[in-house]
Design a protein around this ligand. Structure first.
Ligand code: CAO
Length: 448
């Protein structure tokens, strides 16, 4: 056993090359050819292998150091006959662009001359075949997730990049967590299986949340989710992941609407109808959707065209003991406030009693979610895809509003409009909100 210094071998035309990964720590046991550090120039990534087997005693580099040939990397207590006796090997066989399995069992040829440095492989191109039997200089590959603390050979990096896999999301099963080609293949398989099962959580290459045993921190109870929660959860995740959301907020003066509602209340009560501010919102919304037909539409699955609907059916989110349901009130633009109130009461009751039919739950063109009866100043609703927009309604409150000469008490209703930004631009969203607000403030707009 002897302490040997490991220095940077000749790596071709790369001087002052930054270290992006340090793969060893003092006390680590390494085999000859195990990678010690990864360097990355602006053109290539290369791993520097150990010329000896033994125990790392000192690590003399850190991430972001710039190295040139001969710079010290580490000190190792080398096993006898485990490598070249020379303290500074003129060349080392570096991580190869051949399969990782070959690379892990490769014989070192420290005393042979290095081959020409290979050209970096442009994204999507096949890497050049290494010269037959000749030891290579550290193999360059294109940059991927620079600085990420993963451990993979250049050939695996090339393989992953060709398939669009970010190695930061792959768990390595090789020695010291090294990522092998099989690990990249396994990661792709997991994602594809998630997509095939319609699982939104792991689709689109999104890594799953960590699985934690919470019982280690205290007592827990496991409660199965209701069928409705499971279904709506999947639908919400799908919408959230597929639709680039924008949410715009506004506050609408509904003082006059509220006075009107109150004046209608006795008539409504006589007819056994509960008339809440929400029906006025539905009515105004239907009117404004006629003016903004792109909000009353769905993007075709191929993303090539917009399917504009000539009918206005509003989904209304209903909070039920088993979870959220969104039954649909049909032809809202053609119905009066009393009829809408009656229908809203009926569908929310059917939703809470589990009596909704398939028809009740289909055919919506735009949705509304009202938390106005509960409280809160604002929230960001999730678009009920493949619809384009959803309106969130929060609790109205009396506020001092400046009328140009005085503060006057006005009943202000907070609104939040979320929409699919692929279909609606911000300016159109803002115009929609402004028009809706104007209509709600002065219901005479409905007659125009
Ligand atoms: N501001 C102030 N008060 C409001 C209001 C508002 N925006 N909206 C309703 N209210 C009042 C109503 O007037 C009613 O008061 P009165 O009993 O004194 O008349 C009270 O709040 C309760 O209303 P409601 O909630 O029963 O009726 P609604 O028509 O407003 O809403 C429904 C019906 C089905 C939408 C509602 O019951 C519901 O389930 N809301 C929850 C929806 C939900 O969970 N959305 C979240 C989705 S995102 O996870």
């Amino acid at each position: 056993m002897a302490i040997k210094s490991i220095t940077l071998p000749d790596i071709g035309n790369y001087d002052n090359t930054p270290v992006i990964e340090v793969l060893i720590s003092p006390g680590d046991r390494v085999e000859k050819e195990d990678s010690l550090i990864t360097l990355e120039s602006d053109k290539a990534t290369m791993e520097i292998p150990s010329p000896y087997a033994g125990e790392i005693k000192k690590v003399l580099v850190k991430v972001d150091d710039s190295l040139k040939q001969g710079d010290l990397i580490a000190e190792i207590e080398a096993e006898e006959d485990s490598g070249d006796d020379a303290e500074t090997p003129s060349s080392q066989e570096a991580a190869s662009q051949e399969e990782s399995t070959k690379e892990e069992s490769a014989e070192a040829k420290p005393d042979e001359k290095p081959a020409e440095t290979e050209k970096p492989v442009p994204a999507g191109e096949k890497p050049a075949e290494p010269a037959a039997q000749a030891p290579q200089t550290p193999a360059p590959v294109n940059r991927q997730s620079a600085g990420a603390a993963f451990h993979a050979s250049p050939s695996v990096r090339v393989f992953a990049r060709k398939l669009g896999v970010d190695l930061a999301n792959v768990t390595g099963t090789g020695p010291k967590g090294r990522i092998r080609q099989e690990d990249v293949e396994g990661a792709i398989k997991t994602v594809m299986e998630g997509v095939a099962k319609g699982g939104a959580a792991t689709g689109a290459g999104i890594p799953p949340l960590p699985e934690i045993d919470f019982s280690q921190f205290g007592e827990i109870e496991e409660k199965p989710l209701s069928r409705i929660k499971k279904l709506s959860g999947k639908h919400l995740s799908t919408a959230w992941l597929n639709i680039p959301h924008v949410t715009q907020f506004d506050e609408t003066d509904i003082t006059e609407v509220e006075a009107f509602r109150k004046s209608l209340k006795p008539r409504a009560e006589k007819a056994g109808i509960k008339m809440t501010p929400l029906v006025f919102v539905l009515k105004a919304l239907a009117h404004v959707l006629r003016e903004f037909p792109h909000m009353n539409a769905s993007l075709a699955p191929d993303g090539e065209k917009l399917i504009v609907k000539q009918y206005i059916n509003l989904g209304v989110a209903v909070d039920t003991p088993k979870g959220l349901l969104v039954p649909v009130v049909r032809d809202v633009d053609k119905k009066g406030i009393f009829e809408l109130s009656e229908e809203l009461m009926a569908i929310s009751e059917r939703a809470r009693n589990g009596k909704l039919t398939g028809e009740d739950l289909s055919g919506g063109t735009f949705s509304v979610s009202s938390l106005g009866g509960i409280g809160g100043t604002q929230f960001t609703p999730i678009v009920n895809g493949p619809e384009v927009g959803i309106l969130g309604v929060s609790k109205a409150s009396m506020q001092p509003v400046w009328d140009g000469s005085d503060f006057v008490p006005r009943l202000m209703l907070p609104l939040a409009l979320s929409y699919d930004h692929r279909v609606i631009d911000g300016a159109e969203g803002a115009r929609f909100m402004t028009t809706l607000s104007r209509t709600l403030t002065d219901l005479r707009e409905l007659m125009l």
